[in-house]
Design a binder for this molecule. Structure first.
Ligand SMILES: C[S@@+](CC[C@H](N)C(=O)[O-])C[C@H]1O[C@@H](n2cnc3c(N)ncnc32)[C@H](O)[C@@H]1O
Length: 275
């Protein structure tokens, strides 16, 4: 069972906004910023913005739709969704430092009126019943053992017929994941589950799964291009996920890449609808 305080401890570092500001300064960037300016640091999942684009397109959101981002992190995907679709997005995340930092980034991008970020657990959402047209969750379920509770809470806040899209790292083969990983310093913070376990939790909560896509090929290609781009570089770029993951970013990413390569874990997308 993962503990919320341990998970928050894994993601919190202190001074994150200051590090992002220093990275922006080094690039000669200052508010007002575009969502694209921040994408190297505020899209904390495999493939970053390149993964978010098709994932969001598949949701088919309309202007004015009310959408909840479950485990929004710094709010990069939420700002992208609001900017691209005109939806109003509420992001909820356990890690208060991410929410506070994300609010500043919303101000810097002028999206504060379309995106609201709240600190809280997605197992107990600060949202009314049947208040949302759609929900999505990107690389969060790996920290939450209670997949049934997660699916029930998403179902509670969605309107009838509401859409729930997931892009998570799932366990697809035998063997134990190596840690540290980007989502957990050790096994006690990790709750990897198989696609079948996700499907069962979703179906028990009243969802019908319409689509499941294995993004392993995309991930391998993404990491190969990343490695090629970094070859010969003198250290990381001013703005990147190392500002969040810290000094052991290299080993965290290496473990994830290796475990994908041997077929133990995979980034999987699912799209489900509530009855
Ligand atoms: C790898 S980050 C992904 C952040 C964001 N979805 C993105 O793609 O940029 C995982 C996030 O899940 C959040 N998280 C983990 N367990 C949570 C819970 N029970 N409730 C809310 N957020 C949670 C963490 O605080 C962290 O921000």
């Amino acid at each position: 069972m993962t503990q919320a305080s341990d998970v928050e401890g894994h993601y919190s570092s202190g001074q994150l906004l200051g590090r992002i500001k220093a990275g922006l300064d080094a690039l000669g960037l200052a508010p007002p910023l575009s969502a694209d300016d921040l994408a190297p640091v505020d899209e904390f999942h495999i493939g970053g913005r390149l993964a978010t684009e098709p994932f969001v397109a598949a949701m088919g959101l309309s202007t004015g739709a009310r959408v909840v981002d479950l485990g929004c992190g710094l709010g990069g995907p939420a700002r992208y969704v609001a900017g691209q679709t005109g939806a109003r997005v509420t992001g909820v995340d356990l890690t208060d430092e991410f929410v506070q930092t994300g609010r500043a980034l919303c101000d810097w991008t002028g999206l504060g009126d379309k995106v609201t970020l709240k600190t809280g657990s997605i197992l107990d959402l600060p949202l009314d019943d049947s208040s949302m047209d759609a929900a999505y969750m990107i690389h969060v379920g790996m920290n939450i053992a209670d997949k049934a509770g997660l699916a029930r809470e998403a179902a509670r806040v969605l309107k009838p017929g509401g859409l729930f899209a997931i892009y998570d790292v799932m366990q697809v083969g035998p063997g134990e994941m190596d840690f540290p990983a980007p989502w957990a310093s050790d096994a006690s913070q990790s709750a990897l589950a198989s696609p079948e376990e996700y499907r069962a939790a979703l179906e028990d909560a009243g969802f019908t799964i319409r689509q499941q896509t294995d993004r392993t090929g995309f991930a391998k290609d993404f990491f190969a291009k990343l490695a090629a781009a970094q070859t010969g570089q003198d250290g990381p770029p001013p703005l990147g996920l190392h500002l969040i993951m810290g000094a052991d970013t290299g080993v965290k990413v290496q473990h994830m890449v290796q475990n994908i390569a041997v077929g133990r874990i995979a980034p999987i997308e699912m799209i489900a609808h509530l009855a």
